[in-house]
Each structure stands twice: as C-alpha cells, then as structure tokens.
Design a protein around this ligand. Structure first.
Ligand code: NAD
Ligand code: ZN
Ligand code: ZN
Length: 354
C-alpha cells in the first residue's frame, strides 16, 4: 500500500510503498477513510531536533483518522468488519491511573505504552495510508449515524482538542462571559463551533485571513477581528472593558500570547493550544489578578464520544479541503502557505475511484 511517511527530523514527507500490516492478537486493522493534516505535522517536519520528543521517525504521518474496521486480530470482540469508526489518537498503556481515568494523552507508564507519549502518526504509523494498524480495540469509537469518516476524521483532533480545552474552562463560560479564539484554522474554526454549541459565552475570533474570519462568523462568532494594533482595543471594547474569561491561543507565538494576555480578564483562563514556540512573561502584575495560564493537550475517549455526537447532530461541522493520498504532500504545502479552508483531509479511497 502507499503511505506518506516522515523519513527523519527536519525533512519533507515521502510517499512510499509499504506492506499492508497484519493485525496481531488484540489489534485491529482499519481501512482509512480519511486522515486530517494537522499543523502539528508541520512542526514535526520543520521544528523539532532529534531527542526533543520521546519517539523518532520514520513513521507514517496522520494522527487524525477515521475509517472502517477491516480485519480483527485474535481475541477482538465487539467490532464488525465494515463498521465505520473514529480512531482515538493517543495510545497509552491503558492500565495506569491516568489511562484508567481516560487520560491516555498523559499516560504515567510510557514505558508500557506501544509508543511513549505518542500514537498513530506520532511515533507510530498513522493514517496517511490505505490501512492503519490500531494496537487495541479501545482506541476505536463507532461512528454514530449521520457521520461518515470524512466528516468524522477532523473531529478526532481539530474538534476534540478545543472541546477538551473548553471543557476545562466550562464553569467560567456563563452568559456574562466572552471567549476569544486566536487562530481560526483547522482547530480554531471548530473551537468557535464548540463554544457556540456548549457554552453561553460571547465569541470573538482573531485571524489575519479574511476567509478564516468569515468561517468564524459562519460558525457562530459574534465578532471577528484581524490581529494588529487595534485588536486589543476592539476586543476590550466588545467586552465592555472587562476582557475575556477564556482566551484560546491556537498559534502560540510571542505576538499572539501578548494579545491573549492583553485581552484577558481577572479570574479568566489563558489557554495555550498552539505550538508556535513563543513565550509569555508571567509575573504578579503582568496579568489581571487570578488569571490562569495553562497548556492543553488533545482530548479523551469519552470526550470524543461527545464530540462525535455533536457532529452527528449537526452542531459541529468541519469545513474541509479534500486531497487524495497521492496529493497528501500538497496538503501540507497548502497548510504551510495558509491556503487551506478549514481542515485539509486526505481521502485515500479517492485514489482508486474511476
Ligand atoms: P492551521 O494552520 O490550520 O491554523 C492556524 C491559524 O492561525 C490560521 O488560520 C492562521 O491564519 C492563523 N494565524 C496565523 N498567525 C496568526 C496571528 N498572528 N493571529 C491570529 N491568527 C493567526 O493550524 P491547526 O492545525 O489549527 O493547528 C493550530 C496549532 O495548534 C498548531 O500550532 C498545532 O501544532 C497546534 N495543535 C495543538 C494541539 C494540542 O493538543 N495542544 C493539538 C493539535 C494542534
Ligand atoms: Zn494534531
Ligand atoms: Zn498509561
């Protein structure tokens, strides 16, 4: 089969032929229906030095996957070949206190996990291929009626990550509150929809791209602004001078973190999602009183069930730009150049259509 693989750090991905994996006991082979191209993959290609992460290339890219159960390994029960499924992306040990609490993203025994601190497309082979080997059936969530793999794949990361982030601040997002979404790309346009579907907060979106600001307004944002010298005042004015109870920064540069701090409110949350590598100086008087600064990482299996339910009910809809597997490298080039609408999604089956 064909697979888009990252050969080494600081390199471009390559489309190569590899054998179709054979599922061992407890494993499941999934026919990939769709694999999203995440900006994190660009960080993998361009930013990280050897040793920065607890795993190494080569591996097949694609950590945002959905498809159909193809072959069950020995002992797997409860799934049927042909069944549509979404793949939970972080593969922990499954047995430690964190994993049992649903946080395979934060597995406390990475030495017992199939890959320490990673998953398919993050240290192990991912979904930018015709088939994906999933090491345990618990990583598969059956798709509810109304969702196909192409609509479901972006929900497993681009929606799940902001969903988890918003849930962590849910108690701060009552009617008299404002949430600011900085960066309205793959994650950000779904962050707006998550806020709209699950909170009463007013929503402000920030992105230099007009198409992204339009997407935010379609998704339920009350105000969409371009970053720049006027952005802080525009946002503070919109909140009646109070500031935002939650700022989700999907970029994470020095500039966006500074904007996030400047529009934060006392008792609010400033949540860093983006891996842009910027920093925010934090001291007692640099932020409003009792503002919390935090990172957030991906989401949990039970949250994915909830996200898929919102998707099936039409409350979360990823805007997608589709590519074949043979064009998957182009998807990443387009993501680099900022020309993707919503999420770039690779559909391997499109390579074989007449
Ligand atoms: P994307 O490329 O689809 O979207 C990024 C958006 O940010 C674009 O719309 C771009 O126009 C906008 N942007 C760029 N500069 C900006 C600025 N100065 N102000 C406002 N907006 C700006 O990327 P994505 O796939 O949505 O990922 C976003 C970030 O989140 C990446 O850094 C990615 O690695 C990270 N990420 C983190 C997690 C996590 O668990 N924490 C999970 C997935 C992705
Ligand atoms: Zn991702
Ligand atoms: Zn664990």
């Amino acid at each position: 089969m064909w697979a888009l693989r990252l050969p080494s750090w600081k390199s471009e991905p390559e489309l190569v032929e590899v054998p179709v994996p054979v599922p061992g006991p407890g494993e499941v082979l999934v026919q990939v229906g769709a694999a999203g191209a995440c900006h994190s993959d660009l960080h993998l290609m361009h930013d990280f030095e050897a040793g920065a992460l607890p795993w190494e290339p080569p591996f097949t890219l694609g950590h945002e996957n959905a498809g159909w159960v193809h072959t069950l390994g020995e002992g797997v029960r409860g799934l049927e070949p042909g069944q549509p499924v979404a793949v939970v992306g972080a593969w922990g040990c499954g047995q430690c206190q964190r994993c049992l609490g649903g946080y395979e993203t934060l597995c406390a025994r990475p030495d017992l996990a199939p890959v320490p601190g990673g998953g398919g497309g993050l240290g192990m082979d991912g979904g930018m291929a015709e088939y994906l080997l999933v090491p345990a059936a618990r990583h598969l969530v059956p798709l509810p009626d109304g969702l196909d793999p192409v609509s479901a794949a972006p929900l497993t990361d681009a929606a799940l990550t902001p969903y988890h982030a918003v849930r962590r601040s849910q108690h701060k997002l009552g009617p008299v509150s404002t949430a600011v979404v900085i960066g309205v790309g793959g994650l950000g346009h779904l962050a707006v929809q998550v806020l709209k579907a699950t909170t009463a907060a007013r929503i402000v979106a920030v992105d230099p791209r007009e198409s992204s600001r339009d997407s935010a307004l379609r998704g339920g944002a009350d105000l969409a602004v371009a970053p720049g010298p006027d952005a802080v005042q525009e946002i503070r004015d919109f909140t009646g001078g109070l500031g935002a109870d939650l700022v989700l920064d999907h970029v994470g540069s020095d500039d966006t973190l500074a904007l996030a701090a400047a529009v934060s409110r006392s008792l609010g949350d400033l949540t860093l999602v983006g891996i842009g590598g910027g920093t925010l100086p934090v001291s007692f008087f640099s932020l409003p009183y009792e503002t919390s600064v935090q990172t957030t990482y991906w989401g949990n299996r039970h949250e994915l069930v909830e996200v898929l339910d919102l998707g099936a009910r039409g409350l979360l809809t990823a805007e997608t730009t589709l590519y074949t597997l043979h064009d998957a490298a182009q998807a990443y080039l387009d993501l680099t150049h900022g020309t993707v609408t919503g999420r770039a999604v690779v559909v391997p089956t499109d390579d074989y259509r007449a």
